[in-house]
Design a protein around this ligand. Structure first.
Ligand SMILES: C[S@@+](CC[C@H](N)C(=O)[O-])C[C@H]1O[C@@H](n2cnc3c(N)ncnc32)[C@H](O)[C@@H]1O
Length: 281
């Protein structure tokens, strides 16, 4: 991994990095993502930066009411809200897998009033930052853990949700089997992420094989691309101001900045953004 880090730090072109990430074996890709997110947690200790997703744009009529302090993060919060809004969380035991910098978990814990929300990420550095930033939220706990080996007993959560994280995982069947194991029978699993069509067809089958019923599914690419267009200027500025120079292009690519490969693939339909709501059998 150090070798990969070194080549990135010496300026591997972002488009090549993107291609490598698409064709590399899953274990390698997963380690590379981990390196990238640890690096981000190390270099970005600014507590204003609390979301790492592409956002979700929607009509103001459907959008959630937000407190003034949450308005700057509206589009990122809307992606979280879209993923869980048809699922009861009040008084429930809830797990987020791949919680990143904790903005989504924090918003859900204070807005939807779960009894407890445990937020897991495999970047120990991000988990330590979140534990500090959100220490005043008593129903919210951050914990280090791998989506493919969740550090919990079986049958303990009412709801598991997952936002723009599973594309990083090396072993999707292992992840789904773990979500199924930690959920109570009839528990809900709310998933959203991007995939190309073929991978999504495959994943649809994997959801069923893992023992989930599909309650609903939809494609939300247009809402995500529209959010990326709106976020564009601020995201470029943030990356320019804060990211190490050697990583700027890679952060722009993985941040979905217009003109970079992931944005263009979303825009042209080569990859799409999906949402599934599932029930554990
Ligand atoms: C694009 S970020 C999204 C973070 C957050 N959900 C959000 O919307 O802001 C993906 C997150 O998934 C985490 N992640 C990737 N692979 C993981 C794994 N195997 N287990 C747990 N977390 C993982 C990364 O560390 C990162 O925080």
């Amino acid at each position: 991994m150090e070798g990969v880090g070194a080549s990135l730090a010496t300026g591997i072109p972002a488009s090549l990095f993107y291609v490598v990430m698409r064709i590399a074996p899953p274990q390698f890709r997963s380690r590379m993502w981990k390196w990238l997110y640890q690096r981000m947690a190390n270099s970005q200790i600014d507590s204003d930066f609390r979301f790492m997703n592409y956002g979700f744009d929607e009509s103001p009529l459907a959008a959630p009411l937000l407190k003034e302090g949450d308005e700057p993060n509206r589009l990122f919060i809307q992606l979280y809200n879209m993923n869980i809004r048809d699922t009861e969380l009040q008084g429930k035991s809830v797990l987020e897998v791949g919680s990143g910098r904790g903005g989504g978990a924090s918003w859900i814990a204070k807005t939807m009033h779960p009894e407890t929300l445990v937020a897991v990420d495999y970047s120990g550095k991000a988990v330590r930052l979140c534990s500090k930033w959100y220490s005043n939220q008593k129903n919210l706990i951050f914990q280090e853990g791998n989506a493919e080996r969740l550090p919990f007993e079986s049958n303990i959560f009412d709801v598991v949700y997952n936002v723009e994280s599973s594309h990083c995982y090396a072993n999707i069947p292992a992840f789904l089997s773990e979500v199924h194991r930690v959920l109570k029978p009839e528990g809900k699993f709310c998933w959203t992420d991007l995939r190309d069509r073929k991978s999504m067809d495959n994943l649809h089958g994997q959801f069923l094989e893992a023992g989930f019923n599909i309650d609903s599914n939809s494609e939300i690419t247009e809402n995500v691309v529209s959010a990326l267009d709106k976020i564009d200027r601020d995201r470029r500025k943030m990356i320019r101001d804060r990211a190490p120079a050697s990583l700027r292009k890679s952060f722009e690519t993985f941040g979905g900045v217009p003109g970079t490969p992931i944005y263009e693939a979303l825009k042209s339909g080569r990859i799409s953004y999906f949402r599934y709501r599932l029930t554990r059998q």
